[in-house]
Design a protein around this ligand. Sequence first.
Ligand SMILES: [Zn+2]
Length: 90
Amino acid sequence: MSLEKFSKSDVEIICPCCKESIYIELDVDLEEVGSDEREMGTETQYEFLTSVECYLCENIIEIKGEVWEYPENVLNDFEIIEVSSKCNKQ
Ligand SMILES: [Zn+2]
């Protein structure tokens, strides 16, 4: 495993509580979930799970995402796959 951390600023998500677009900063630990041999070497897939507070409605939002490394040591793509919240602040 060569990537352990992933950081990205100005990531846009939709808050599931107030339904507004917000921009967050990701700084997460990655967990390797799979790999595949391809033409230019190994492609490795990682997952992360983090939470942020919505600066508009103050609810805690859980964010799950995926990061792909391909070829080795090159961050190829990332995607937010799940955004959820209990929305217990109104
Ligand atoms: Zn919100």
